[in-house]
Design a protein. Structure first.
Length: 310
């Protein structure tokens, strides 16, 4: 008996993914230009995310148009799900890198050397450096890719394991998003508390930038909370209570597009806000400036020496 993988994933509308693919293609061109002109890692990550979304939505449109082709649909479904997870991986890394760069411009290290750093910085320093975040997201992508291949594969004995791996991947993405939320608040608090405390050549932080950072985090949370709240339902094939057809919440396009697809698109478009992403040259200049400040031990040896200025 043929399996309609498009129906399993709730893929019905072929025009909506085409519209999203076109929008992401335009964003891809913009972020590529910005990445080349400004040498920004954040823009490179957003360009990569946009490229993956162009491919993902193209696959989604193709599946909606060829739902009757079982073999074609299965391979497309696996590719679509894997690329979609990798895309969210790239989006979270871009958001994390943005916070990382703004953290340098807030002069966390300078404040540490001068005794003005918040105590919570030491506890979150590993997440700011990115290694733990990268490992967490990489594990999420690997579990998700293996889970999708098992859940949508021809070996029915692995279906349950695949669903469990998908659940684990989704919950790890949720943890990573919560970390982004915490780091966002820490960066905002640092920028506000250090405003005017240290002489700086960087432009003053606009309050609207903080609002945009919070909105980006809120949209990321909406997206991942939708998946986290429905991943178990999808694994068990439970229908939505309000749906007239037997669809799970994740396969209901009336829920998926506003809570997942649109939330991601708005997130990426918020990165277009002027001044939100620091210039790479400015970040590197401040990082070099941070190394000029002596640490506490060196201060004790040199008496009242405060180190070179910015």
């Amino acid at each position: 008996m043929a399996t309609n993988y498009a129906a399993i994933l709730g893929i019905q509308n072929k025009w909506a993914p085409i519209v999203f693919a076109v929008i992401y293609f335009l964003l891809l061109l913009w972020y590529l230009v910005q990445g080349v002109r400004r040498h920004g890692w954040v823009y490179g990550g957003l360009a990569f995310f946009s490229a993956l979304r162009v491919v993902s939505y193209s696959l989604r449109a193709a599946m909606a148009s060829n739902f009757h082709n079982d073999a074609f649909n299965r391979q497309m479904a696996i590719a679509y799900e894997v690329l979609y997870n990798v895309g969210y991986f790239s989006l979270l890394l871009s958001a994390h890198r943005l916070l990382h760069d703004r953290r340098w411009l807030a002069k966390f290290n300078n404040a540490t050397n001068k005794g003005r750093s918040p105590r919570h910085y030491r506890a979150t320093g590993a997440f700011h450096k990115g290694r733990i975040m990268e490992l967490l997201l990489l594990l999420s992508v690997i579990l998700g890719a293996v889970g999708v291949s098992f859940a949508l594969g021809t070996n029915t004995g692995r279906t349950k394991l695949g669903n469990r791996l998908n659940e684990a991947s989704t919950y790890l993405f949720l943890v990573a998003t919560v970390v982004i939320l915490v780091l966002t608040f820490l960066v905002i608090l640092a920028e506000r508390s250090l405003r005017g405390a240290i002489a700086s050549s960087s432009p003053p932080v606009n309050t609207s930038e903080h609002a945009i950072l919070l909105l980006i985090t809120a949209l990321l949370l909406i997206r991942i909370l939708f998946y986290a709240a429905t991943v178990h339902q999808r694994a068990n094939g439970q229908p939505t209570p309000t749906s007239q057809i037997k669809q799970t919440a994740q396969s209901n396009e009336h829920l998926w597009y506003p809570l997942a697809a649109l939330a991601e698109l708005l997130t990426v478009m918020l990165f277009l806000a002027p001044g939100l992403v620091p210039l790479r040259s400015m970040v590197m200049r401040h990082r070099r400036g941070n190394t000029a400040y002596p640490g506490p031990n060196e201060k004790e040896r040199n008496g009242n020496t405060t180190g070179a200025g910015v």
